[in-house]
Write a protein that binds this ligand. Structure first.
Ligand SMILES: [Cu+2]
Length: 125
């Protein structure tokens, strides 16, 4: 077998492993369960080139607050929209903006920047 063929096989093998890892194995793409403090669940989301963590898990029926820490100066991320909750909020740069969410209905809800380019998710269960 030629060296180049061996190399191709190695590259293909690495790609297969990466594809399996990405699509089929559970890996943490930034999912966080809110912590409960004094009867309220609070979670901080960093806004910097997107939302980190990308997915926030909340418990149903406990008042929830998402604290957006906006570090990104781009106007793209200056607004956050939760269509299911009727929230359209401006995020102050280099500050934390607190958004209270109604957790009475379980489900998966997405939110986005004002232009619907960056997305995050809230799971209530
Ligand atoms: Cu945007």
């Amino acid at each position: 077998m030629l060296v180049s063929q061996g190399l191709t096989l190695v590259i293909v093998a690495v790609l297969i492993v990466l594809i399996v890892w990405w699509f089929f194995l559970p890996h943490d793409r930034g999912q966080v369960q809110a912590t409960i403090q004094g009867g309220k669940q609070v979670v901080q989301v960093t806004v910097d080139g997107g939302y980190q963590p990308e997915t926030v898990v909340l418990k149903q029926g406990i008042p929830a607050q998402i604290q957006f820490d906006r570090r990104d100066p781009s106007s793209c991320l200056e607004q956050v929209v939760f269509p299911d909750f009727g929230v359209n909020q401006f995020l102050t740069e280099k500050a934390i903006t607190k958004i209270d969410l109604d957790t009475s209905k379980p489900g998966q809800y997405t939110y986005a920047c004002g232009m619907d380019m960056f997305h995050g998710q809230v799971i209530i269960k």
